[in-house]
Design a protein around this ligand. Sequence first.
Ligand SMILES: Nc1nc2c(ncn2[C@@H]2O[C@H](COP(=O)(O)OP(=O)(O)OP(=O)(O)O)[C@@H](O)[C@H]2O)c(=O)[nH]1
Ligand SMILES: [Mg+2]
Length: 422
Amino acid sequence: MKILTFTGKTPSEALRNAKIEIGDDGMLIETREVRKKTLGRDALYEVVIGIDEKSHNTYKQSIKPLNKQKPIKKESEDVLYDISSAARQISKIADVTDPLYEYGTPQSSSSGYEPKELKEIKTEITKLGDKVKLIQNMFWEEKLPSLDNTIPPEFAEIYRLASQSGMNKEHLNAIMKITLEHMPFKMRENSETVKRYFQTLLRKMVPVRIETPPAVGKKKVIMLVGPTGVGKTTSIAKLAARYSFLMEKKHKVGLVVLDTYRIGAVEQLMQYARMMKLGIETVVDPPEFVGALNSLRYCDYILIDTMGSSPYDKTKIEKIYECLQANNTEFLIDVVLVVPSSIKYEDLKATYDNFETLNIDTMMFTKLDETRGFGNIFSLAYETKKPISYFSVGQEVPEDLVCASGGFLVDCLLHGFNRSKI
Ligand SMILES: Nc1nc2c(ncn2[C@@H]2O[C@H](COP(=O)(O)OP(=O)(O)OP(=O)(O)O)[C@@H](O)[C@H]2O)c(=O)[nH]1
Ligand SMILES: [Mg+2]
């Protein structure tokens, strides 16, 4: 669009002069009083006309012929061309030019005219588009062939973090797909909002068992099962300390040891029991199991430690199973699978499958302090839908125990384990 000015003694004369020059095609942008009428001197008015020389036809449809437009009255004497009036004019021109173009058609091709600012914005958008394509190709093309091409680059960081965390690839792709389908388009513009959205989504996906004390007159019976050396006995000691003197209400805690296979296994827990002054029962054969539970009836919590079993040693798991089957008391036994976070997802899943016959209720992940990626834990919980009850984050009894929360796990997953955040 070209900007032309015409003058006259009155606004109408200025407009008439414009019409003589350029005909009816044009848009009246502004009328100014350049000079006031004084004795012996006429007033001087100026009209500012915008004209699109190359698209007269389209232009005619959208605005009235010049002779039908009314002059705009302007009180001010100020004829200085200040910045704010320039800005007003630019926005007026932009407003007027918009309807001339159809949605989605490049503005320059339809009119031939394009304000400098719009040109710059378009160039930036094109550059950004190229970057998006580049990043999409780098991060998504081969890894996510099934996903469409509308992935903003801000997802690249989140994808990298999540995939480096050891999360199962199928899970990650499924979650990314959900994210892309549901995330409001506006949020994709900013990598921070993308991250926050993704974080919230992951958090909501982590099944968690909230710790609740036993109801009045009831007790909680918790059995820890899992492979050898994962931290079952240490965790029993941490839980015993937590329930008996770390919580707001102090509870009576009793211990049962099923692990009589290994020399020293009973002694390990005996030491903790002595230190905390807790009742402890040992069980050699399944029939003794019920007797042990009954003798700890006075307790609010009964914690059962079991022998660790390798995935290939079915007899130990069978022995635990027999104990559970023998339970004819009214106590419901919460079976907690204890697994280390330091092994890869496939191994975690194999371990889970191995212990599944025991009807796992919740999961406890240990040795979070010894690992970097936490996606494996996330994936096991995501896949099995079994809630996580606790995390063990070190060897120290009782302090290195954390009640499970989706926020804690997702924070570890995306930013690593940070002891100061416990
Ligand atoms: N770094 C670290 N070490 C841990 C954690 N939990 C337990 N351990 C250590 O792991 C080792 C084995 O712990 P235990 O509690 O004896 O493991 P367990 O599962 O009872 O082992 P078995 O009875 O032989 O099956 C010990 O040295 C513990 O101090 C943890 O969260 N982080
Ligand atoms: Mg043990």
